[in-house]
Design a protein around this ligand. Structure first.
Ligand code: ASP
Length: 313
């Protein structure tokens, strides 16, 4: 049987069993499983890793517990500004979008930008106009509203804090990053990566994180690996995390595991950058490193049924 595999994440951060109810944990695990299965079904029938990562991310964008699409966090202006990107390892083609407020599935728009705009990256209102010109329907702001996110924002909106997510119990020092992402290898040996986010609660409006930045939050290259990141975006941008891992493999001959460990558990930690990522190499090896308390994650392959995990092992 030809190899194929997929790994996804639903965000990293201070995710502790003590802050979770069994019911909520089940909801998260079921959603992670369903998103992985959506991608896996595409890989199984021999379709592309690009289709698989898009499908998995769309599932999570539609699921309100994650900070992407419906359920995106609020900016300090009380708005939603979503970012997303997608990349194909076969030809290094990529599409990215930032600061959109009316797009149900920003990952779909990122793919449209890759395939139909002649550019890599569009932002804000013009990106929404491009979406409309491609036949996408704009959603009213009310579509993105969830009570949980609103409460989270109320707790921090008059402060300079802009980090919290995933929980309505925001404690001092608690950080949650609910971005979603997926990486996959298909039966043709092609890698792809996709990431989508609402950013960080109470972020300054106009702020763009690592998610739409090719090489920072997302990267895919058939010669090395595919990566989708989640965490404190400012650090992931400064550390050029996704591309750094690919470079360590390409130029230094490190394995996926070694490169991920060096960047996530050493370099980022020294900088103070909290978060994690999902990664896959051209042999189908998967790495799921994080330096936070937990990371919502799931994975599956041609030979392994869907596994989900949340906390540190
Ligand atoms: N990386 C995202 C950002 O900085 C946040 C997240 O991962 O949840 O916008």
């Amino acid at each position: 049987m030809k190899k194929f595999a997929i790994a996804i994440h639903g965000g990293a951060g201070t995710i502790l069993p003590s802050l979770m109810t069994p019911e909520k944990e089940l909801l998260y695990r079921n959603a992670l499983k369903a998103a992985t299965e959506a991608g896996l079904a595409i890989l199984k029938k021999g379709s592309s890793s690009l289709d698989a990562v898009e499908a998995a991310v769309m599932y999570l964008e539609d699921f309100p517990l994650f900070n992407a699409g419906k359920g995106a966090v609020f900016t300090n202006a009380g708005t939603h500004e979503m970012d997303a990107s997608i990349m194909e390892g076969l030809n290094l083609e990529a599409g990215a979008v930032s600061g959109v407020s009316h797009i149900k599935n920003p990952i779909q728009l990122a793919r449209l930008i890759k395939e139909q705009s002649g550019h890599v990256y569009l932002s804000g209102l013009p990106a929404e106009q491009f979406a409309q010109s491609c036949g996408m329907v704009l959603e009213p702001s009310s579509y993105f509203y969830t009570e949980e996110r609103y409460k989270q924002w109320q707790q921090v909106k008059d402060s300079d804090t802009y980090q919290l997510d995933h929980s309505d119990k925001i404690e001092q020092g608690e950080k949650k990053f609910g971005t979603v992402g997926a990486v996959a290898l298909d039966q043709h040996g092609n890698l792809a990566a996709a990431t989508s986010t609402g950013g960080m609660t109470n972020k300054r409006f106009g702020r763009v994180g690592d998610t739409p930045i090719i090489g920072a939050g997302t990267y895919a290259n058939n010669a090395t690996c595919a990566i989708s990141c989640t965490g404190h975006g400012e650090f992931f941008m400064r550390a050029v995390v996704a591309y750094d891992i690919s470079c360590l493999m390409a130029y230094k001959g490190l394995t996926l595991q070694e490169a991920c460990r060096l960047v996530v558990n050493d370099k980022l930690v020294k900088m103070g950058g909290e978060g994690g990522l999902v990664a896959i190499d051209s042999h189908g090896n998967i790495a799921l490193p994080f330096n936070s308390e937990g990371m919502y994650r799931a994975w599956a392959s041609a030979t392994e049924l869907v596994q989900t995990a949340i906390y540190k092992d």
